[in-house]
Design a protein. Structure first.
Length: 333
């Protein structure tokens, strides 16, 4: 006759305790592992995506694998404004945002629409990496509930024209497609153009048909959109160097512990520095390509342009409550 040997009760007790401990440790491990969704509007060859990929690599390394990042580019999660709203609601963790698209949520974001805000590239870098940049980031964060981690950008904006730009006189009466922000309208009106609103997808046809004579854009996008085929004259105004916000939902940020937050912030700053360098290089390469493909570059008197727009710009900036912030930017060495 076969008999079954039963385990002593204290053995079962230890087995149960051990299993409970393992389960608890596993739950703790899962709780610490964070997966962040990162949406953006760029294709894989843009500084957006390359910067996002660098952030992904850096944050995984700095968190010892505790934080993972899923990148979803090419606007698969919607337009930048829609992604920003998703971050406000806590439905998306990270994104790259044009500050000009969120001025309805943040009055401070308007500062980046002021033309001739930077003396040169070195000044632009110093502003974004310094105390003033951090102040702007914190103000936008307070106003929107979306945390600004760092700044991407680096495209130098020029005038794209269907007619030659031999001097500033050639701007007179030009129907210039631009974003409908007060500083831009004030500045370009003072320079003699007729600021015109036109949807992005209609610009090429608008240039072909003469509905507009030109637009403001950086070399990379002039080349990508083939605008130089119908507007082959590029006035080197360099009236702006683009800034893009690397953002994170405040709700997502608050779910991280202190060490995770430190890893995210360090990764963001390093990735932003890398992305800006990529963008500057792509911008210079695109300008060379435009010339190779038949575009004509026109040097413009930037000092004279700044003199002309100075007074009307100052009035608008004062109305927007940005005079002090603009002066802080000007004072950055």
């Amino acid at each position: 006759m076969l008999t079954t040997r039963t385990q002593p009760r204290h053995v079962f007790k230890h087995l149960i305790t051990g299993a409970t401990l393992i389960a608890a440790l596993g739950a703790t491990s899962l709780a610490q592992a964070v997966e962040l969704r990162f949406g953006h509007g760029g294709t894989e060859d843009t500084a957006y995506h390359l910067g996002a990929t660098r952030f992904q690599e850096l944050v995984e390394d700095k968190s010892d694998g505790d934080i993972g990042v899923q990148i979803m580019g090419n606007s698969v999660l919607g337009h930048e404004t829609e992604m920003f709203e998703q971050q406000m609601a806590g439905a998306l963790d990270l994104s790259i945002i044009n500050p000009g698209l969120i001025t309805d949520f943040s009055s401070t974001a308007n500062v980046f629409s002021i033309p001739f805000l930077y003396r040169d590239q070195a000044h632009w870098q110093a502003v974004l990496d310094g105390d003033v940049g951090r102040e702007i980031a914190d103000r936008i964060t307070d106003e929107t509930g979306v945390k600004v981690l760092a700044f991407f950008g680096g495209g130098k904006r020029q005038i794209v024209s269907s007619r030659p730009l031999e001097s500033l006189d050639d701007l007179q009466g030009m129907k210039l497609r631009t974003n409908p922000t007060k500083p831009l309208i004030a500045a370009w009106s003072a320079l003699g153009t007729e600021p015109t609103v036109m949807a992005w997808k209609e610009i090429y046809t608008g240039l072909q048909l003469g509905a507009i004579d030109g637009l403001l854009n950086e070399a990379e996008w002039i080349h990508r959109m083939r605008f130089h085929e119908v507007a082959p004259h590029i006035g080197l105004s360099e009236h702006d160097i683009t800034v893009r916000l690397l953002t994170m939902s405040q709700m997502s940020w608050d779910r991280l512990d202190e060490s995770q937050q430190q890893a995210v912030m360090e990764a963001a700053r390093e990735a932003a520095s890398y992305a800006r360098q990529v963008q500057l290089e792509q911008d210079a390469e695109a300008l060379d390509l435009l010339v190779e493909e038949g575009a004509t570059l026109h040097e413009l008197d930037r000092e004279r342009m700044q003199e002309i727009v100075s007074e009307p710009l100052a009035e608008v900036v004062e109305e927007m409550g940005l005079t002090e912030l603009r002066q802080k930017i000007a004072n950055v060495e």
